[in-house]
Design a protein around this ligand. Structure first.
Ligand code: 5AD
Ligand code: SF4
Length: 451
């Protein structure tokens, strides 16, 4: 393939799952751009379609095969020229099975092999057959992905670590994403600087277990997440920092303290707790108790009274009794979440909990319904409580209607205000006037603020 004079090609990427997949999809587009691939919004007429997939729950994985069926029809209608790649965690977990069920797929590429896409595509073209790469190579893909990246806008995601060594009983991540690995701090800082030069003002650090971060620093020492956040806050132009997803057992004293010291760090934390029952937390191999979570929340609220929390919950894990579920409900009521995601336990092949006796579907449904009703009430109450507040908003671009601009609150809530000036990239004070279920309306205050 001639990189210096690439033939223009159309690339369509479908992304399922988490923010890390969104980031990976963007990096795959970066890798393929020098080969002439420009991204398009629909698969019709595309030369290459990448399905970047999620394996976290059964329903997510099932979606892949129904979507692939639709792509096969498009491929056949176009004379077979369209190349189809399956990437992400389903590619890693299912490998050969994908080619058995969907032989028209050309490439199956695991999350650690994206930097090798150009060579894998060339190989598929050469052999006119299917190519699989689901190895966990010794090198880190970040060292081989190109620096040049398409701008993400005012809010930019930056993956700083991948993989997980925790092996929670229910979770496929340690198997699909491999062992925990942190990027060197210098490479993260360099990428953050490039993002700021391209217009980013808020940087969201991503990792499956982001607060386990322990990258090598420019001083040769291991840096924890708190130290990295400190260095990132010093980059001129960085106004806001967030990180996701964290594990309670990795909330170090330094990281908790950073929430009181680092002015760029938002008073908002996604901290999955999964259950409020110590018995279940032990069965889930979570390595912490419900009171550890309560203590972390309490310490952070002491440091920042405006701190708000989001979380993840699983109901119906094998062995969960009514009393265990009641403990979860008690923890939820006591904590008060800004928002939380809750899921019915979904057995994942190869994980320890999948081999245990399973709960009745109807019991799981009833518990999920009760939990989600409470979480919805809390989310509505949290949004309603912002009405009347005067608070900084980072503007990200135009609103949906003319004369509107849109941004994000400290808690990442979408905020819309009326303004004829483009405020993109600026932090301005806004008084919140109305709360919709998923966004806030506000009016712009005159003075410009520094924080
Ligand atoms: N079943 C249901 N939910 C799961 N999660 C992870 N694995 C499973 C599973 N097997 C949830 C957890 C995790 C979130 C990303 O997905 O709550 O925090
Ligand atoms: Fe999965 Fe998170 Fe547990 Fe790791 S810590 S195994 S990513 S749920």
């Amino acid at each position: 393939m001639n990189v210096s004079d690439p033939k223009p090609r159309r690339l369509h990427i479908v992304t399922h799952g988490c923010q890390m997949n969104v980031y990976d999809s963007a990096r795959m587009a970066d890798v393929l751009r020098p080969l002439g691939y420009a991204t398009v919004d629909t698969p019709e007429g595309a030369d290459m379609v990448i399905m970047n997939t999620c394996h976290i729950r059964e329903r997510a994985a099932d979606k892949v095969f129904s979507a692939l069926g639709r792509l096969r029809d498009l491929k056949e209608a176009g004379g077979g020229g369209m190349m189809i790649a399956v990437t992400g965690c389903v590619a890693q977990a299912e490998g050969e099975v994908i080619l058995k069920r969907a032989p028209y797929v050309d490439l199956v590429v695991g999350p650690q092999a994206y930097h090798r896409l150009p060579e894998l595509i060339a190989q598929a073209h050469r052999t006119r057959g299917s190519v699989i790469d689901t190895d966990f190579p010794a090198e880190q893909k970040f060292d081989f992905l190109p620096d040049a990246a398409a701008p993400q806008g005012v809010i930019a995601n930056l993956t700083i670590q991948e993989g997980c060594d925790k092996f929670c009983s229910f979770c496929v991540v340690p198997y699909t994403r491999g062992a925990e690995a942190s990027r060197p701090a210098g490479s993260v800082i360099a990428e953050a600087r490039r993002m700021v030069a391209l217009g980013a003002r808020e940087i969201v650090l991503l990792g499956q277990n982001v607060n386990a971060y322990h990258g090598e620093g420019p001083d040769g020492r291991h840096w924890g997440l708190a130290r990295l956040l400190e260095a990132l806050a010093e980059i001129p132009g960085v106004r806001r920092l967030r990180y996701t997803t964290s594990h309670p057992a990795d909330m170090s004293d330094e990281l908790i303290a950073a929430h009181g010291e680092n002015p760029a760090l938002m008073p908002f934390l996604h901290l999955p707790v999964q259950s409020g029952s110590d018995r279940m937390l032990a069965a889930m191999n979570r390595r912490h108790k419900a009171d550890d979570f309560r203590r972390i929340v309490g310490r952070l609220r002491d440091l920042r009274p405006d701190m708000a929390f989001t979380s993840d919950f699983i109901v119906g894990h094998p062995g969960e009794t009514e009393a265990d579920f009641a403990a979860t409900m008690a923890l939820v009521r006591e904590t008060g979440f800004a928002l939380a995601y809750s899921f019915k336990y979904s057995p994942r092949p190869g994980t320890p909990a999948a081999a245990l006796p399973q709960l009745d579907e109807a019991v799981k449904d009833a518990r999920l319904y009760e939990l989600q009703a409470e979480l919805r009430r809390q989310q509505d109450a949290f949004n309603a409580a912002t009405v009347g507040l005067t608070t900084p908003v980072l503007f990200t671009g135009a609103g949906r209607y003319p004369g509107q601009v849109a941004g994000r609150s400290l808690y990442a809530q979408p905020v819309v205000v009326e303004s004829d000036t483009d405020l993109t990239g600026e932090v301005r004070t806004v008084t919140i006037t109305h709360a919709n279920p998923n966004s806030l309306l506000g009016s712009l205050q005159k003075e410009k603020i520094a924080a």
